[in-house]
Design a binder for this molecule. Structure first.
Ligand SMILES: *[C@@H]1O[C@H](CO)[C@@H](O)[C@H](O)[C@H]1NC(C)=O
Ligand SMILES: *[C@@H]1O[C@H](CO)[C@@H](O)[C@H](O)[C@H]1NC(C)=O
Ligand SMILES: *[C@@H]1O[C@H](CO)[C@@H](O)[C@H](O)[C@H]1NC(C)=O
Ligand SMILES: *[C@@H]1O[C@H](CO)[C@@H](O)[C@H](O)[C@H]1NC(C)=O
Ligand SMILES: *[C@@H]1O[C@H](CO)[C@@H](O)[C@H](O)[C@H]1NC(C)=O
Length: 627
């Protein structure tokens, strides 16, 4: 699944309209605040009272503006319903949004994926701000907050690094920042440090906690009612003194850290990216503080050891069985015209649930047909679910949580006759995936320095995509596991890291293509150098043959593809055998037949150029329309 562009991480997601989506209905679905009385659809939430209450709280504190971000105290990308502050205040339930409220104005910032949804869910108390960047929020605040005015926010909901940006902002404009506060993905680290899992957040096996790890003590701050006797025993098993974990209540973390910091001679190390400002601001004086961008736990967790690598690969073999079952089933049933995006999503979730050690999906399945697939983060609802037909392309981006690993894979298929543009774009997205996957690079190369390889084949035609190219994944953890990936704030690649590779192409109101595989970074022998690495693909599902134009592939790309298909046969077929899935085995063997370069056969070349000649005018017409 493509990673989100956060508030600070503005990704240029192309503006997409979704007017055409959904059950045809004559009822207007978006609010209109410029008529009297305002027009509000039935999906709009009346926020008058809650907004009034917030403003009443701001008055005695003399706060001119109050900021509410869309995260939790651990700066999570996915939040639990109890942390859905933006949704509560505004009615808007999209996964990316920030809010600022003054006595007279209330604004929501979200990116283009969510504009339509926001117009459907918000009432006229709210303005929708469409420039989703920190600069836009800053300009808005500068315009609305009087000189000397105070800006309020919850210090638990902002990271130290967010806060530095904000302080810079205020000091530049000579405004006081009296109530600055901050945010952290601490539960990722902590689940990893103790090898524990919880279920505080949907799809993510995390639990809310903080830890203070000192030279002679380990403190874990956690909601006590979540801790079972087994867990207590586990934490204290085969330990003595300094290695035993001492439990304290989640809410006592500030007091405890304050007390610890008061001890003479101590120094506290925190990661600035994922530690909230509330914890940071009590570590004083400054010389007691040591910082790095990411906590050392997060850095250690990014590199999987041999056992973690083995079991994460194993999880991907079983996961491939479920995805193959979906693709095979769809091929059979779609022509009957009864299946929908939702029924396909249910099918793959169910297929996964039958695999050993599955603990549900790793995120809400993206099952998207035709124009719905052009929305990068679309998941079907009862209102929007399209019927699947042989006339439209279909994209399914899904993953599972297993006790041994987290998976995430996207395949795009067409059950009828793809257009020339669909086939060409699909092939070029595949070329991007292959170009990254087959790259050999020195240890320590950054993903951001090779991600254009995923775009190059598209760029040659003036095509592109508006999301990231890949993200880390965990061993039964988050499906977006920072700090591994291809963005500029990701860490350099080392052997043992897992990342997704997922280029795509989206044509507004028409179709969407994404090809996503998870890969592990492995050492490779080179003729002269040492310490070189490459990617080894661990997702094991063949691509739709119908959409691949092999004449576009270089011989190296074709060779890579054939080797990948051999790997699928070698690893997946024995698993299908052991599960007694004969039909699936046959399907996999058929769909992993080696490709022969079309350039190597005179007959093929002749017949395809003949076709091109005959269809020349039609094709040209389509291409002009398509662009
Ligand atoms: C709101 O209604 C007015 C009057 O019918 C119309 O001119 C305007 O375009 C509408 N605005 C939106 C956003 O629908
Ligand atoms: C919203 O709720 C307030 C308070 O109950 C009420 O006065 C107002 O009329 C409601 N607005 C709409 C549009 O229904
Ligand atoms: C409240 O803030 C205003 C500036 O917005 C300032 O002039 C005023 O003195 C403040 N009042 C109190 C009681 O702090
Ligand atoms: C573990 O043992 C230590 C020392 O005996 C004790 O202080 C601590 O409370 C125990 N922790 C748990 C989680 O039972
Ligand atoms: C769709 O509607 C059915 C029946 O009302 C309901 O059980 C189901 O949860 C809904 N699904 C979604 C994704 O909203």
């Amino acid at each position: 699944m493509p990673s989100n562009g956060g508030w600070l991480l503005a990704l240029s997601v192309a503006a997409l309209t979704v007017n055409t989506i959904g059950a045809a209905t004559s009822e207007r679905t978006e609010r209109n605040c410029s008529v009297t009385p305002p027009y509000l659809p039935s999906t709009a939430v009346n926020t008058t009272i809650r907004l009034q209450e917030l403003r009443e709280h701001m008055l005695p504190m003399n706060i001119s503006a109050y900021i509410i971000p869309g995260t939790d105290a651990h700066l999570s990308e996915y939040i639990a319903p109890r942390d859905a502050r933006v949704a509560f205040m505004t009615g808007f339930t999209g996964s990316a949004g920030s809010v600022v409220v003054t006595q007279t104005k209330a604004s929501l910032w979200t990116d283009s994926r969510y504009w339509v949804q926001a117009e459907r869910q918000m009432d006229c108390n709210w303005d929708l701000e469409t420039d989703f960047s920190i600069g836009s929020v800053a300009e808005w605040l500068i315009a609305e907050v009087p000189p000397g005015g105070e800006i309020g926010f919850d210090p638990f909901l902002f990271s130290l690094s967010d806060n530095k940006d904000q302080q810079r902002l205020w000091t530049t404009d000579e405004k006081d920042c009296a109530r600055c506060s901050s945010k952290s993905h601490t539960h990722w680290c902590l689940s990893g440090l103790f090898n524990m899992r919880g279920n505080d957040i949907p799809y993510n096996p995390f639990f809310y906690s903080y830890t203070l790890l000192t030279m002679d003590e380990i403190w874990l701050f956690v909601h006590m009612n979540r801790v079972t006797d087994d867990l207590k025993e586990y934490l204290n098993a085969s330990c003595d003194g300094a290695l035993c974990v001492q439990l304290k209540s989640y809410d006592s973390v500030l007091d405890h850290v304050k007390q610890y910091v008061a001890t003479p001679g101590v120094k506290v190390w925190i990661g600035t990216e994922y530690t909230n400002y509330a914890l940071y601001e009590i570590i004083t004086p400054q010389d007691k503080l040591m910082t790095s961008t990411y906590s050392p736990v997060l850095m250690a967790k990014a590199v999987k050891d041999e056992t973690e690598q083995r079991i994460l690969r194993d999880a991907h073999i079983r996961d491939a069985v479920a995805v193959v079952q979906l693709l095979m089933w769809l091929e059979k049933v779609v022509p009957n015209g009864k299946e929908t995006e939702l029924s396909a999503a249910e099918y793959v979730n169910h297929a996964r649930s039958k695999q050993k050690d599955n603990r549900g999906p790793s995120f809400e399945t993206i099952s998207a047909s035709g124009p719905n697939a052009a929305l990068a983060h679309y998941s079907p609802t009862n209102d929007t679910s399209r019927k699947l037909t042989v006339d439209e392309m279909y994209l399914v981006d899904s993953g599972g949580q297993y006790l041994d690993g987290t998976t995430d894979i996207t395949r795009t298929v067409h059950w009828g006759n793809p257009t020339a543009l669909q086939k060409e774009a699909f092939t070029r997205v595949l070329m991007g995936n292959i170009e990254i996957s087959r790259t050999i690079f020195p240890t320590g190369t950054r993903g951001v320095n090779m991600e254009m390889l995923g775009r190059r084949a598209l760029w040659e035609l003036g095509l592109n995509y508006g999301h990231g190219t890949g993200h880390g994944v965990g061993n039964y953890f988050g499906v977006h596991e920072w700090p591994v990936g291809f963005q500029s704030n990701n860490i350099p690649f080392r052997a043992g890291m897992f990342t997704s590779i997922e280029p795509g192409f989206y044509k507004e109101n028409d179709f969407g293509i994404r090809i996503e595989d998870v890969v592990v970074i492995v050492p490779v022998d080179t003729k002269y150098g040492h310490n070189y690495l490459t990617f080894d693909t661990v997702s094991l599902v063949p691509y739709d043959r119908k959409l691949i134009d092999t004449s576009l592939l270089s011989s190296e790309q074709l060779q890579w593809l054939n080797r990948y298909y051999e790997t699928i046969r070698r690893l997946l077929v024995p698993e299908l055998d052991s599960q007694g899935l004969h039909e699936e085995k046959k399907w996999v063997l058929t769909n992993t037949e080696p490709f022969i370069h079309s350039g190597s056969s005179a007959t093929t070349t002749f017949s395809s150029s003949l076709t091109i000649f005959l269809l020349g005018i039609t094709v040209l017409h389509n291409v002009i329309e398509a662009f």
